[in-house]
Design a protein around this ligand. Structure first.
Ligand code: NAD
Length: 361
């Protein structure tokens, strides 16, 4: 493990993206989004995603310097096509448009289809919360072979289809932020565990023979095909599996995006489709009352007696707040990830000596 300052990793990502040909604004949006995920404690969606992006650009699957194109524009209702461009640009621009429409109409429903990976979904809810708005986001993931099995099945049939909802707080950060994969663990967490040589929690992965396991390698090294490989288990049995299925249909099918089936291209792309609802609290009630109720409810929850087998109670978004204060001056990167980062920067066109300088711990 080596420890790195957030600014150092931001500069490294930005330089790598610019070496690929990204304009500075794009490179900085990517860098900021990935580092914010590390700071929020989600290494699975942080700088470790960079090699996948470099591979996407080099192989022509991820397009640089394209923004989202408007497909539907009906006041509070906007659909955009991300044109397989960087999700960090598409997500940012889509939320910017949604926030502006919610300001004008009280509510906005914005769809983003066909974007390359949009990273940690909470990042987009945070952009809405910073504007004082509540938001809800349904997302599907497409391109790789599917990775999550429907409840009862052993074959992977869809992605980790995240669900996210947030309400604003008084400090520009969400008061509550629920941001989760609909699989028990996110796919990136299995990658991080495999890189570190660690196990994942019990019964979160189904191996190729249909048995539950805690070995992340069963997912990563056998998942060559959706019908004969490892799969992640959806959270909450039939309920989580059902929510993932609704994410697939509402985030993708409804917007003209791709759902997962045998005809879907499986060329290693990581495409996200996202349906977002953005609500101005002052348009549907009173923002001040809403903020007061959020705070009072939070206090009430935190005053709970603890369950006998638990040593604390946290509210959604609290683990990320904690991670942010713990990691503000730096976070650790494991040796396997660091090696992958160096290799991908060289692949993007950077000189080896510059890469070593930029990543010097
Ligand atoms: P997680 O399980 O770490 O957290 C899920 C939610 O539960 C968070 O809102 C968190 O604040 C809350 N939480 C965690 N521990 C808690 C506790 N002890 N008490 C109360 N609340 C708690 O998250 P995850 O499901 O592993 O997802 C990780 C990230 O992966 C998310 O940011 C998600 O958006 C992202 N993701 C992205 C994609 C994509 O395709 N772009 C796909 C899947 C997941």
């Amino acid at each position: 493990m080596t420890r790195h300052h957030p600014d150092q990793i931001r500069a490294f990502i930005s330089q790598t993206c610019q070496s690929l040909g990204s304009q500075q604004t794009e490179a900085e949006l990517v860098a900021n989004n990935l580092v914010e995920a590390n700071l929020a404690g989600h290494d699975s969606h942080g700088v470790g995603m960079l090699p996948t992006y470099v591979d996407g650009v080099v192989n022509g699957r991820l397009k640089i310097n394209v923004g989202p194109a408007v497909v539907v524009d009906r006041g509070p209702l906007v659909t955009l096509d991300g044109q397989a461009g960087f999700g960090q640009v598409n997500g940012f621009e889509t939320m910017k448009i949604g926030i502006e429409r919610a300001r004008n109409h009280g509510v906005a429903i914005v769809g983003l289809r066909n974007s390359y990976h949009i990273g940690r979904i909470g990042h987009w809810a945070e952009q809405c919360a910073a504007a004082g708005f509540a938001s809800l986001h349904l997302v599907n993931v497409i391109g790789h072979p599917p990775i999550v099995a429907a409840y009862g099945g052993a074959d992977a049939r869809f992605g980790t289809n995240p669900f996210c909802a947030a309400v604003p707080g008084r400090d520009g950060r969400p008061g509550f932020l629920l941001d989760m994969a609909t699989s028990i663990i996110a796919a990136g967490k299995a990658r991080v565990a495999a890189n570190k040589g660690e196990k994942v929690p019990p019964n979160t992965i189904i191996d190729a023979d249909g048995n539950l396991t805690d070995d992340p390698n069963e997912l990563w090294y056998t998942a060559q095909s959706a019908d004969r490989g490892g799969a992640l288990v959806a959270f909450g049995d039939h309920k989580g599996s059902g929510l993932a299925i609704m994410c697939e249909l509402l985030a993708a099918a409804l917007l003209g995006g791709e759902t997962s089936h045998p005809d879907t291209p499986r060329d290693g792309r990581v495409i996200n489709n996202m349906l977002s609802f953005i609500i101005d609290p002052d348009a549907v009630g009173e923002a001040e009352t809403f903020l007061g109720e959020i705070e009072r409810f939070r206090e009430y929850l935190l005053e709970s007696r603890l369950r006998a087998d638990c040593d604390e109670l946290l509210v959604p978004g609290q683990p990320e707040q904690r991670a942010r204060s713990d990691r503000a001056t730096g976070f650790e990167i494991d040796a396997v990830t660091l090696k992958q980062l160096k290799a991908c920067a060289i692949r993007a066109g950077m000189a080896e000596a510059d890469v070593e300088d930029l990543l010097d711990a």
